[in-house]
Ligand binder design. Structure first.
Ligand SMILES: [Fe+2]
Length: 321
């Protein structure tokens, strides 16, 4: 799968009334800067975060009112079926990204994998990624399809993707992105957000605890606030707002039952890595007591390195990380 995914499917005019989505964004504000695996351990007051904000609309048992516009979107589900050739599509996640004034790219990456029985709920993210890149756990990987939908046409903000694999140059979705979606395999295909305007002031950094929300003065503007201090203000249509959707896909109900019952334990993970490390004559073995130890994660990642995609732009997190 990682050798290159099929090109994503482009959907145009997906949402009948994008104004409904503007309301959804407003009702579910405020949004906070991206945390997680790109910026571990950063939650301070210093202005260190690019203006890349995120919010969850559907996650586990949680769902905001109105999110079914995306979660149960028939055209998206049908496109996921067509893209994957899978009969069973189980949408499970909707989250949003809001970006502005980032003069570098986002990181070129593939999305974090999930395996039957092993997810971020019980397994360190780096270990999940190394499991993916090792190719040793393909039998347990839950296949997922991702859709990204864009609300506005902003300055910059294109989307680069590598449908022919990381060793070939990327393609771009840019210009006239409003109300379009790309439905494809973001877990197998590298992708990257291009620089996002406005560009006059370069990359603007905000506190990790800052919040992006509508200004309550009828102007339609949005602003970034941190401890009563406003650091950025712009009309909402100048903010790159996207809605991401993820679904698990199975070729049949029978496959779904098989995958759901075929759970991977940490003991299995250790055993399978060890068999392969022995074959490779590596000078270490997987130590279950060091599952959370970054040094062990680094040793494993050195044996099973991630690909580096050709022609990727410099990541804002490499510059300001
Ligand atoms: Fe991604």
């Amino acid at each position: 799968m990682l050798a290159g995914a099929s090109p994503p499917i482009l959907l145009k005019g997906l949402i009948d009334d994008p104004g409904v989505v503007v309301d959804l964004f407003e009702r579910n504000a405020p949004y906070t800067p991206l945390g997680g695996w790109f910026r571990p351990g950063n939650d301070g007051d210093e202005a260190t975060s690019p203006m890349w904000f995120q919010g969850d609309w559907v996650q586990g048992d949680f769902a905001v009112e109105g999110a079914d516009l995306f979660l149960r979107n028939e055209r998206m589900i049908e496109a996921a079926r067509e893209f994957s050739g899978a009969e069973v599509v189980v949408p499970h996640t909707v989250y949003v990204n809001l970006m502005a004034a980032i003069a570098e790219c986002g990181p070129a990456h593939t999305d974090n994998p999930v395996f039957s029985g092993r997810s971020r709920a019980n397994t360190p993210m780096m270990l999940l990624r190394t499991m993916l890149w090792s190719g040793l756990f393909d039998r347990w990987e839950i296949r997922q399809v991702t859709s990204i939908w864009w609300l506005n046409d902003v300055e910059g903000g294109g989307f680069s993707y590598w449908p022919e694999g990381p060793e070939n140059p990327p393609q771009q979705h840019v210009g006239a992105m409003a109300n379009t979606a790309l439905v494809g395999d973001n877990h197998g295909m590298f992708h990257q957000v291009e620089p996002v305007g406005p560009f006059e002031a370069g990359t603007r950094l905000v506190a990790a605890s800052a919040e992006l929300a509508p200004v309550a003065d009828g102007s339609g503007d949005w602003a970034v606030n941190h401890r009563e201090h406003q650091s950025f203000r712009a009309p909402f249509d100048q903010i790159r707002a996207s809605v991401l959707w993820k679904a698990d896909v199975y070729s049949s109900e029978e496959e779904r039952r098989r995958v759901e019952q075929d759970l991977l334990s940490l003991d299995d993970v250790a055993r399978i890595f060890d068999e392969d490390l022995r074959r490779r004559r590596a000078d270490f073995r997987f130590d279950l007591d060091r599952v959370n130890d970054p040094a062990q994660a680094a040793s494993l990642a050195a044996v099973y390195p991630e690909a580096v995609p050709t022609g990727a732009g410099e990541s804002v997190f490499d510059v300001y990380g």
